[in-house]
Design a protein around this ligand. Sequence first.
Ligand code: GLY
Ligand code: MN
Ligand code: MN
Length: 428
Amino acid sequence: MPDDALLSLQLDHVKELQTRYESALADHGFDSLLIASGAAPYRYGDDQAWHFQGYGPFLHWTGLTGREHCWLWIRAGQKPVLWLYQPVDFWHANRPLPEEPWQTFIEVRRSQSPEAPLLNDPARLAVIGDPALLGAAVGERNPDGLLRTLDETRVRKTAYEIDCLAHANTLALAGHGAARDAFVAGESEFGISLAYQRATGQREADAPYHSIIGLNDHAGTLHYQYYDTQPPGHSRSLLIDAGVRFRGYCSDVTRTTAGPGESHFAAVIHGLERLQLRLCDMVAPGVDYIDIHRKAHQGIAALLSATGLVTGLEDQDIVERGITRAFFPHGIGHFLGVQVHDVAGKPTPAPEDAPFLRLTRTLEPGMVVTIEPGLYFIPSLLEPVLAGESERYLNRELLNLLRGCGGIRIEDNVVVTETGGRNLTRTP
Ligand code: GLY
Ligand code: MN
Ligand code: MN
């Protein structure tokens, strides 16, 4: 049961969204907006559907995940109306809706039909959601300009959203602790996944994304997607990237652990963690997020030197020769919210030296970002370096020793405050 303070903040949150949406609608010449929660599509040629989570704007308003065929109507100067799909159905259950204060601001009606509601006075109406599910709904469908403005309403989180994201982090940390214990106890990737689910009270399908759980060389595949049911003969490393949803809001946390006797790997983890904490400390209003990404490359260059993986080069040369990109190929992070890679991060494209960066904005109070540097031993990225003219600066012996540990990623979730940053993953 959420506490009264959180429920009261949620009421403020929906009131704030009403203001933001009224202004967005006016800017684009609409009087009202119908939002479709969506539904899970069926797998091609099958009678089984994918697991459903929900459409971003619907979650932004309600936090209600897993609610198919619901509709939310927003109008200037009037109470929003939520049609909750609750059919008589002996195949599936209707999850009850707990009574909460936000329902004093949003009128809830029950509906037996998955179709869009018939509106009395739709006036200049927009309707947004998965185009395959909008059916006979009237109104202009998914207008581009309006969608972009609505994405922008999600960039600066309200106090309610930040509390939810903080709680999603607390839950994830319990899962990460259990995962680490399972690794130390010699569990398989599958066993570690079970430990994570048990500790977080969340089934895999309800997580913000599939948990990435890699032992040994599997840790070197950025989004490793399988779970071995048997542990390897010798567990040298664990990388787990796993989050939790709380009232629709996601955490996105990664931890890497060295197995017993892996002192070289443990030293690289330690160095990367110190760098990661320094990068988290950079989060503040007015900071260009791309600068944090570039600082990560400089820090990784210094770490490659300090650990002896690269010798005989200045840090800047290690970056300029593209060596750090072979070890750290992804971006430093992204926005976080009701979607793990939250919207509106890239009004301008990623720069050439950071093609996979998902966030290119200057930080503002209320933004929530991830900070997730990595250092991996990925054969397909290291081989071209080893075959090129930078080869002589790389310590092959140490690389060969560490290759079997796969790689490291350390990821926290940080809020931009008025004066700096607040790390939700490190503060209880
Ligand atoms: N879990 C995916 C990511 O870190 O972006
Ligand atoms: Mn992650
Ligand atoms: Mn992430």
